[in-house]
Design a binder for this molecule. Sequence first.
Ligand code: PLP
Length: 425
Amino acid sequence: MNEDTHVFYRNPFTTYPVIARGEGAYLFDTKGKRYLDACGGAVVSALGHNVPEVVEALKAQLDSVEFAHTSQFTNPPQEQLAELLAELSPGGLNHAYFVSGGSEAVESAIKMARAYWVQMGRPEKWMVIGREQSYHGNTLGALAAGGNRWRRALYEPMLYQRPRVSPCYCYRCPFDKDPAHCALECADDLERAILEVGPEKVSAFIAEPIVGATAGALVPHENYFRRIREICDRYDVLLIADEVMTGLGRCGTWFAIKQFGVVPDMICMAKGLAAGYVPIGATLVHNHIVDTFHNRRNVFQHGHTYMGHPLAAAAGVAVIKYMQQHKLVERSKKMGEELITRLREALHDHPHVGDIRGRGLFCGIEFVLDRATKHPFEPELAFHRILGETAFANGLIIYPMGGTLDGRRGDHVLIAPPFIITKAQ
Ligand code: PLP
């Protein structure tokens, strides 16, 4: 099956085991090998595999209807899921725009920000600014807003140019400050960037509350987002929280941004929303944006064929109910503390472990060649990949990431097991 494939995204130089089944925190291949899935692929499987309650909910939905286009019908699961998300999200984010994945959620937010400012009589506002060392998706708008230089490189001529904004990266502070005494220079860097472009052009700022794929569970300074919110308000810039990885309990609260004391104007989410059972994404939108459209008797001009798909929404509802019944968000917080404590105990004097960080069951390890200087490994070595492959060969799946580090690749792994993980596992 590996040598001659018609699947284009498969790397023909790699031999992949064939997946047979999943159960709880484990995956099994067709040769019977068992893997502890400690990252849910790319931080997707929040509940673990083959949870009967979710499988039953999907079967029940298929028994009633598999698809009815949202321009012609609404469907009970999408209404129910939107209601649940309105209850769980921070104040005022009461409207859900359902799509099929993370990039689509971000793309929708980018276009919604532009459309909102047009409604507001400010049509010159269009640019969404993101930070360095961020990832917001692979579609052109999301790629343009993000700061993953490696993913951008090939498509650079097709992307709009935006100013560079520093990440909030306390382990390697871009301003050489001690986080205990800094003046949030990294947050003020957004103000500099907005003024550089001209506030009249900037529609929104997008950021992951805790950075995932490019930086390994990077937790910001506790006051960072408050300052960001102030800056956004000062210049009429919407704040978009990209919670595609962190959303729905991953960081120990339903939404990670809640931990930083601000309410964004939009939240993008995807992976944990249906926990991998069916593809789905959503952009949660604040009342004030929706009201702006509706008060003018307008709608947001956008849409995808599969938005609000009944099966995907039914999966989302079943996942949230399961999490509520089994108190899995609380469990993510508790088990995450356990995981980070244990990792710190075990690795605190390891010569190549630079930093261990995260919130909830969203844990990152940054590896370095030299602990004292924080000097990274040579990018050509792809140390993270060696780690990932070695773990995989030994039946443990973690998420290795080249990340980005001052324009070069760094070495991180993410450990993000399902919330049902046990201490022994
Ligand atoms: N935003 C963030 C923060 C992500 O981590 C990802 C994917 O890893 C995306 C957006 C894109 O999501 P998708 O791969 O579902 O398009």
